[in-house]
Design a protein around this ligand. Structure first.
Ligand SMILES: NC(=O)c1ccc[n+]([C@@H]2O[C@H](COP(=O)([O-])OP(=O)(O)OC[C@H]3O[C@@H](n4cnc5c(N)ncnc54)[C@H](O)[C@@H]3O)[C@@H](O)[C@H]2O)c1
Length: 257
């Protein structure tokens, strides 16, 4: 991939809200054309309205866990833009409410794995041919919960651990044509990056910010900056890696005093 991103095409899954919306915005600002895959059709429509004048954004209200929808979408992206240079596997089922493993249903376990891990596999699988033509890049949005946990987060933690492993597996299988990296965000406040119906100012306490070594909770732009770098040629010697972006939280020693 060349250094310049303008005119290039990215697919951002879950790109209509939250961190994904921040990534969509950053890539549009970098001059890219962006396909947004998000199963929330209302949020997709708002993205179109927000960026309609740019004519560089296309929305696909698909579920990334359904292979037929993913395969059809990739075909339509290449038809519309003529190429695909970057895939950002960001769509994610959140941590949700903590449920003890004894009562975690198989359906709930499968639902989390389906979006967070299988979705990334399916999008990568169907995007490989198009990405290979342009020596493209994949970025998987994992989580610091791939490396550490609070109680009762088994499905989410396992899905993100799987995503980090999928990252180095794909990097070896798809190199040298396609680079594959992961970003593991810490706490990113996304309440004000939602569709209008549920958009609100994050209710953050001073201690929420202060506990971070950098002195604040993260924002979608913190992740989008690194995505923009990782898909550019400036990151041409980087593949198979997982980058933690968490304001230093996972580097803190925490003992009760
Ligand atoms: N916000 C955080 O603190 C945080 C921390 C670590 C990791 N992450 C990860 O970052 C990613 C984005 O999280 P967020 O906080 O922005 O979430 P969010 O809920 O604000 O946005 C997620 C978007 O993905 C879409 N989506 C969900 N499942 C989908 C599916 N199956 N198919 C298509 N679209 C789907 C949703 O409609 C939504 O628009 C997730 O993978 C999440 O696990 C978030």
């Amino acid at each position: 991939m060349e250094d310049r991103l303008d005119g290039r095409v990215a697919l951002v899954t879950g790109g209509a809200q939250g961190i994904g919306k921040g990534i969509t915005r950053a890539l549009l600002l970098a001059g890219m054309q962006v396909a947004v895959a998000d199963r929330d059709a209302e949020a997709c429509q708002e993205i179109v309205a927000e960026y309609a004048d740019a004519e560089r954004v296309a929305v696909f209200p698909v579920d990334v866990a359904i292979e037929a929808e993913v395969a059809d979408m990739i075909g339509r992206i290449v038809e519309r833009f003529g190429r695909l240079d970057a895939l950002i596997n960001n769509a994610g089922h959140g941590v949700g409410h903590p449920v003890p493993v004894e009562t975690l249903s198989l359906d709930d376990w499968n639902r989390v794995l389906a979006t967070n891990l299988t979705g990334a596999f399916l999008c990568s699988k169907h995007a490989v041919a198009a990405l290979r033509r342009n020596r493209g890049a994949i970025v998987n949005i994992a989580s610091t919960r791939a490396m550490q946990s609070e109680p009762h987060g088994e499905a989410y933690a396992a899905s993100k651990g799987g995503l980090v492993a999928l990252t180095h597996a794909l990097a070896n299988s798809l190199g040298p044509d396609i680079r594959v990296n992961a970003i593991s965000p810490g706490w990113i406040a996304v309440d004000d990056w939602q569709k209008t119906a549920r958009c609100h100012t994050p209710q953050l306490r001073l201690e929420d910010h202060a506990q971070h070594p950098v002195g604040r909770v993260g924002q979608p732009g913190d992740i989008a900056e690194l995505v923009t770098f990782l898909i550019s040629a400036r990151a041409g010697f980087i593949t198979g890696q997982n980058f933690t972006v968490d304001g230093g939280m996972t580097r803190k020693m925490i003992y009760v005093s």
